[in-house]
Design a protein around this ligand. Structure first.
Ligand SMILES: *[C@@H]1O[C@H](CO)[C@@H](O)[C@H](O)[C@H]1NC(C)=O
Length: 584
């Protein structure tokens, strides 16, 4: 002990004695260099004034100026320590999430067991159609109970599926929503239990949905009557289909083919991808509407939010689901990410936050088509942060945390954008409730507000100060930010993502929890106490609470290298290559 103390003490005392020969030379310099130091002083003063004025008028540019230089010495963005990753559970926070799930589930089971949707303020359930429910909430919640180890709750839910669930319902259902929530929920329940009940139900449902694909192009129509097995075009939308809706059925149908050895599901899903690959323009940015007669894109907005989002998600995940062998999907994904970086990724002028804008088609007075950039981002886009990081690490196949040298090509760009986007999504949680709005608008350089206001927020919620708040100001229990935090944590083992997720969870507990049971969305994230909406979306139990639970769980649970999560957070296994590779 004493030896150590001595050794430590010595350099300090050496330091305290000023080297003798330096003293005179310093004096000499001070005497002869007086005009030089005055010149220097003036220069420094001038430079700081210029920098200060520059900062005042355009701080974003200054940050951008020093960032690449700063980056040289910095390791990978979003990783605190290149050596250290903690992958164990945070039991206290994890168990708090389980309590939240029980609070949600018990209220639903008490008031509305079996109904499609739950209204926690009026303590009632409702169905999507008058003809009866199809297990929207029960089936969507099954795998969360299995993952959380809630055996009693799960047993009762399984029994409901076994004895009550029927798809013989003479009502009209959305093909995409039914696929990701109900078919996806059944398939992941099978994946986690190997209980054949779920394959039987999944096959029955899929067989009813398959009529949607009977269009000239093979793109499925938006809706189906499950009882009569009739395709129902979306007449309200000129019979068009959403890009995200037709391109977010593939993980589910491919897994079902794997389980049943019936090629028809996989073929129908794959046909959609072939049609899209042929129709996609250069640069490969997909408009949000397609024509199922022609199999072409129609002039419509380009965005990563609603009706666009999960198209991009499933490009990457189809490549991951098929064991990273079918590179055709990866090529489409990489092309789309290049185009997104070139045309949609933007920075805010003051704080340099990264976001993705939307492109709106417009006719000029001379009837020319042109695209207008709209600086707004849906909360839905927050999935993209984690998705980009997942793609950058080839599905989590890098070290944890990744090492800088593992990134080749555009991977480092995607990783950095992904992390920056997560930061922006966290920034949009800086509201009075700590919850993020449905849609965030961003300031641009030319925005008069941004120029006038020198210490501004770089983003705002449209209409949040009006008495009847716009739909933009809502938070409806959406999962996309915590989904990205879960992926980022799994890839890095960095505690910042858990801390951010915990902040969000606490805001949900504080503002969305209904004392009598269940959780409700809020109508305006900037009003405290918020006004609650009488609805608990099914993705609260299937996604938001599942991703939070997994964020705080041991990383060996459902590893990303062995599972792929569908867009409703239902995990499926990675499929070994089977020779079913018509696409590539
Ligand atoms: C929903 O549908 C189920 C099954 O058809 C039925 O038992 C239930 O009463 C319906 N719920 C409501 C609120 O109408």
């Amino acid at each position: 002990m004493e030896g150590i103390r001595e050794r430590k003490a010595r350099p300090v005392s050496e330091h305290e004695q000023p080297p003798e020969d330096n003293v005179p030379s310093q004096h000499a310099r001070a005497q002869t260099g007086w005009p030089v130091s005055r010149l220097l002083y003036t220069l420094v003063l001038l430079l700081s004034t210029v920098l200060y004025l520059f900062w005042k008028t355009n701080p974003g540019a200054l940050i951008r100026l020093i960032e690449p230089w700063y980056d040289l010495s910095e390791q990978l963005p979003g990783v605190s320590s290149p050596e250290y990753a903690f992958l164990g559970a945070d039991e206290v926070r994890r168990d708090a999430v389980v309590d939240a799930f029980k609070h949600a589930w018990f209220a639903y089971e008490r008031d509305a067991m079996g109904d499609d949707e739950y209204h926690p303020l009026s303590h009632k359930g409702s169905n999507l159609t008058d003809a009866g429910g199809i297990g929207y909430t029960v089936v969507d919640s099954l795998d969360t109970m299995i993952i959380m180890g809630l055996d009693e709750e799960y047993r009762r839910a399984r029994s409901w599926v076994d004895t009550k669930l029927t798809f013989e319902v003479d009502g009209i259902f959305n093909v995409f929503e039914t696929t990701i929530r109900v078919l996806g929920g059944l398939l992941s329940a099978y994946h986690l239990t190997h209980d054949s009940l779920y394959i039987d139900r999944a096959k029955d449902l899929a067989d009813r949905l398959m009529v949607a694909f009977s269009t000239p192009s093979g793109l499925p129509v938006a809706m189906v009557n499950l009882g009569t097995r009739t395709p129902i075009p979306d007449t309200g939308n000129q019979n068009l289909v959403s890009t995200a809706e037709v391109a977010t059925l593939q993980l589910e149908l491919r897994y079902l083919t794997e389980l049943t050895d019936d090629d028809s599901y996989w073929r129908a899903a794959e046909k959609v991808m072939q049609v899209i690959r042929k129709a996609v323009p250069v640069p490969p940015l997909a408009a949000i509407y397609m024509d199922p007669q022609q199999g072409t894109f129609v002039t419509s907005p380009i965005r990563l939010g609603s009706r666009g989002d999960s198209y991009y998600e499933y490009l990457l995940k189809q490549y991951l689901q098929t064991g990273r062998v079918e590179t055709g999907y990866r090529e489409m994904y990489d092309g789309a990410m290049d185009a997104i970086h070139e045309h949609l990724v933007q920075r805010t002028p003051h704080t340099n936050f990264l976001y993705t804008a939307e492109l709106m088609p417009e006719r000029t007075q001379t009837h020319q088509m042109q695209w207008r950039l709209v600086p707004k981002q849906d909360h839905l886009v927050c999935f993209l942060g984690g998705s980009l990081m997942l793609g950058a690490t080839d599905g989590g196949h890098f070290s944890v945390p990744p090492r800088a040298e593992e990134f080749v090509g555009t991977a480092r760009r995607d990783w950095t954008t992904g992390y920056e986007l997560i930061k922006t999504c966290m920034e949009t949680h800086r509201t009075h409730t700590g919850l993020s709005p449905e849609i965030a608008h961003f300031r641009t350089k030319n925005d008069p507000q941004a120029i006038a206001d020198l210490a501004p927020n770089d983003w705002y919620i449209k209409g949040s100060r009006q008495p009847t708040a716009a739909l933009d100001a809502r938070y409806i229990l959406r999962p996309e930010t915590v989904e990205s935090l879960f992926i980022a944590f799994r890839l890095t083992g960095d505690s910042r993502y858990r801390d951010w997720g915990w902040q969000i969870f606490q805001s949900i507990e504080k503002h969305c929890k209904v004392p009598t049971g269940g959780y409700a969305g809020v109508t305006n994230v900037d009003i405290v106490p918020p006004e609650l909406e009488d609805k608990m979306e099914t993705f609260m139990m299937s996604e938001t609470l599942k991703y939070l639970y997994l964020l705080f769980s041991d990383s060996s649970i459902l590893p990303l290298t062995e599972n792929v999560f569908n867009t409703e957070a239902h995990p499926f296994p990675i499929i070994r290559p089977t020779g079913r590779t018509a696409f590539t």
